[in-house]
Write a protein that binds this ligand. Sequence first.
Ligand code: TYD
Length: 207
Amino acid sequence: MNGIFITFEGGDGVGKSVQSRLLADFLKSKGIEIVLTREPGGTPVSEEIRKILLTGAAEKMDSLTEALLYLAARSAHWTQKIKPELDANRSVICDRFQDSTLVYQGICKNVNVNFLNKIFEEFTNGQLPMRTYLIDLDPRIGIPRSIARQNGEELRFEQMDISFHENVRDGFLTISSQFPERFVVIDGTLSIEEIHELIKKDIRKFI
Ligand code: TYD
């Protein structure tokens, strides 16, 4: 496994997707082969699972079933895409990964975190990202942004109570403090350009 594996994490509407794209463009400009992908999704099977999870059908789903679907999507994504790309010496940027499941389904919906990690380790051998950028933002700013940019098809999570999103924010901060060498926590109130500059400065250590 030779490529760099980078993930972006954070609550809804914090600006992960924009920053993932900017970082991918920056690394490409440095001659690094980059694959930009996202979760849930990234392979045909995982995109089908995404539809189940995010377009309303999951409304009546219990939290464990939901968690297992996220993990199933991740297993396919890892095995069919992320690992082969890393093995082929290409770098991968993934918008959300296992930390999202630990926070949303584990910490916020009470699914056993050890169980979630055990399944994850089954298909990844415990391989974690080399760097994770957590964009930290008050959900009172992030959620309205997220709702404003969506087309109405994937509103399930954003419609939840603001206190849920506050727990998400706290959950990410808790996980990041457990892996201080992997995480870089970034203030999401900074401008897009300022955040990108911080990320560029950090990633130079790896390239
Ligand atoms: P995403 O498409 O990244 O939405 P956004 O760009 O608005 O952050 O993620 C969709 C939703 O899926 C988001 O609310 C978080 C949720 N999610 C989980 O609950 N568990 C997971 O493991 C993942 C990957 C996402």
